[in-house]
Design a protein around this ligand. Sequence first.
Ligand SMILES: C[S@@+](CC[C@H](N)C(=O)[O-])C[C@H]1O[C@@H](n2cnc3c(N)ncnc32)[C@H](O)[C@@H]1O
Length: 200
Amino acid sequence: MSAPSAARNLGPILDVLLPRLPRRGDVLELASGTGQHIAALAAHRPDLTFYPTEPDPMRRIAIDARCKGLPNVAPAGDLDACQRGWAQAEAADAIVVVNLLHLISDAEMSILLDEAARALGPGCVLSLYGPFLRDGAYASDGDRTFDESLRAQDPGIGYKDVEVLRTVLTVLDFSLEVVDMPANNLTILARKGPDPRAIL
Ligand SMILES: C[S@@+](CC[C@H](N)C(=O)[O-])C[C@H]1O[C@@H](n2cnc3c(N)ncnc32)[C@H](O)[C@@H]1O
């Protein structure tokens, strides 16, 4: 199992994430899909332990197959990131989420962010990659078309606004860094605790 989109965005995601991962500890991925991102991250950082998770059982099999030769990757866990309570069993030093937020509702995203805030300690990072609205606006006509197709399938889902995320994550005590990515995507890097620049 292999996702063309993951093959395309892998390099840029590694470029942003690798320098921002913790020096040691555990990295949890939500919605790991085919496992392409976590396998590459784990190969680059043998000093960290990686925990892929994915609710789809066929994808969990694919993740385990892909990560078989990587001793620092745990078996894929069955985790629905939109169900309350998962943070109790999933303390982590970093959480990675690629291309999930536009596929869930606002209420589900609130649960995901709230649980991530509980799972992470001070200084730990939550990374959210995907397509977003910028202050209510689409980044391109292609984004509008894609979002409209998502909402036609399910009016409850679709692109989230980066400004809404900024507000919610600030309330949850994260400091934000937003990085422009290829194909109009963004990586929102939310670090738990106050912005270190505000302390200096
Ligand atoms: C577009 S794919 C992205 C997969 C992978 N992160 C990537 O970028 O290649 C979305 C993934 O989210 C998973 N997913 C859907 N709802 C979820 C939920 N509530 N909690 C966790 N994962 C979910 C799907 O099973 C699917 O693997």
